[in-house]
Design a binder for this molecule. Structure first.
Ligand SMILES: *[C@@H]1O[C@H](CO)[C@@H](O)[C@H](O)[C@H]1NC(C)=O
Ligand SMILES: *[C@@H]1O[C@H](CO)[C@@H](O)[C@H](O)[C@H]1NC(C)=O
Length: 302
């Protein structure tokens, strides 16, 4: 009987199907979210989605998203099952208590998930798209008897600290960390919220050769350069588009160039890694150090 109802509701409502007559769990089966279902069963969390006494909101990465993301992380679904506590934490990070429709996910909204961690939402006006921790909400507002499902493009992981923590923990960003510490900007990158930082990697700094120690020795110049890499607001990859943006350096603006799905540039630096979510914003890695126009002459004379 259930199967027939599911089939009918899918057929009658098309791609953005509403599943009013079924439970969350039945809708997941119908959506063929097989990897997620398997992981929910492993942790015993599946009962939460059959339970008709509470409503929940669930973000669902498709099987394809799971497979791709796990491959990029170098792990398998079976590896995840070995640490059930951690797996539970990651899965409950995909759950909000109550029914929440997409229109509630306004730009920069933070909500507490069932894992107790904060989840960030973005709604970028230029493309009218919604994101959860930078992961695009694909088909959304799939309503069931006991909750709402939103498909997301990636697995969601709880934040690993502030923007400063992310930088401090990344061996590819150790020169940047040293520069931030020398400029006294560590607290700024812990407390300012929300921000986006474009982080030049160690090899980006190496390309500047013996200019690096000279810049590090000039605190005002160093501060201007570092502040030019930080913009207000959380700007994930899905929100990048051709534009010029004010930075915390204030005098000059950075230029963003979005070359379709192939690559993006900030000034003339390419991105080497996108969308590392932090408690107070988002971190991207870039391949060049950005130099504000107003200090270019000063650097030439160093
Ligand atoms: C869950 O939400 C639906 C739709 O709003 C509502 O009809 C139902 O009573 C809710 N269930 C509970 C247990 O609150
Ligand atoms: C990052 O650094 C912070 C502060 O030093 C530490 O508490 C945290 O465990 C680190 N996180 C990771 C993922 O290494």
């Amino acid at each position: 009987m259930h199967l027939i109802l599911v089939v009918l509701s899918v057929m009658s409502l098309g791609a953005n199907a509403a599943y009013y007559d079924v439970t969350m769990m039945e809708a997941l089966v119908d959506m063929r979210a097989n990897i997620l279902i398997d992981l929910l069963k492993t942790t015993g969390l599946d009962s939460m989605f059959s339970d008709l006494t509470t409503n929940v909101t669930l973000f669902v990465p498709s099987d394809r998203a799971f497979t791709q993301d796990l491959r990029n992380l170098g792990v398998t679904a079976d590896d995840l099952k070995k640490d059930v506590d951690k797996l539970k934490m990651v899965l409950t990070y995909h759950v909000l208590q109550g029914r929440h429709l997409m229109r509630e996910f306004t730009n920069e909204k933070m909500m507490t998930t069932a894992s107790g961690d904060q989840l960030r939402f973005n709604h970028y006006l230029y493309n009218n798209r919604y994101f959860a921790d930078g992961s695009s909400l694909q088909s959304s507002d799939i309503e069931t008897k006991n909750g709402v499902i939103h498909r997301v493009s990636h697995i969601l992981f709880p934040f690993q600290g502030t923007v400063y923590d992310i930088i401090a923990n990344d061996t590819e960003l150790s020169t940047l960390k040293a520069a931030i510490d020398a400029a006294g900007l560590a607290d700024f990158l812990r407390d300012q919220n929300p921000i986006t930082i474009f982080c030049p990697t160690n090899s980006a700094f190496s390309a500047l050769g013996d200019l690096v120690p000279k810049i590090l020795a000039d605190k005002d110049l160093l501060t201007a350069i570092l502040a030019y890499h930080v913009i207000p607001g959380s700007l994930y990859r899905g929100g990048l588009h051709d534009t010029a943006l004010h930075t915390f350096e204030e005098k000059d603006r950075i230029t963003l160039d979005h070359h379709g799905s192939s690559f993006d540039e900030v000034d003339d630096a390419r991105f080497s890694k996108y969308d590392i979510s932090a408690l107070n914003g988002v971190v991207h890695k870039i391949e060049k150090v950005l130099v504000p126009a107003s200090v270019e002459a000063q650097i030439k004379n160093l």
